[in-house]
Design a protein around this ligand. Sequence first.
Ligand SMILES: [Ca+2]
Ligand SMILES: [Ca+2]
Length: 218
Amino acid sequence: MKYKTAIFVLLIFLVLVFTSSALANLLVNGGAEEASTAGWEVSNTNVIGSVTVGTQGVGNLYPHSGNRLFAFDLKAASYAQMWQTGTDGLDGPALSLSGCISTADRAGDDYGVATLTIFDDLGLPLDSTQSEYLTSPSLVWEPWSLSLAVPTGAASWEVRLSGTLVYGSYINVFYDDISLVTAPEPATLIMLATGGLLLRKKIDNASKTSDQNRRSFF
Ligand SMILES: [Ca+2]
Ligand SMILES: [Ca+2]
């Protein structure tokens, strides 16, 4: 029984180590928690910032998680974007980008767009994927996600978030919890699951045999 428990603890540990390394956020400051746009390039620093409360016409917008969110409305503008690049995490089959957006629910919504691009070692784009226009009801966070297969020759990625003004003078676009992760290799997951099941069967058989042996003694 002790042996059985030890094997299961080990298996759970291996799965946790595997999933946490595959699902670690490749982005710096993806949730705006660094109280600035640290980690991100910003088209106009006066327009985009990390704030504790977003101001919408109908009330306050609080962070989706943590203490801060990215606001695109610090100064009047018609278009603004923030982006981040990196070279890690390209050893898996795909990259998954996700986040939350909040805009305003009124005629002619301002909107956001998220783009994920993968480049070769010369900095030329190999492949790219882009969201639809991202909007939400007022003061509501809407989740969104994108996925892009890692092409041969991939050397770097870029995550780009934009905000476009449609109504008024300020871009009422807010982002939080932006995350870029390496999608787990399906073959590795299957191997781990199969290995676990086989081991479980073997242990069950072994414990049945020892139970029978024990019973034959009594
Ligand atoms: Ca946050
Ligand atoms: Ca607006």
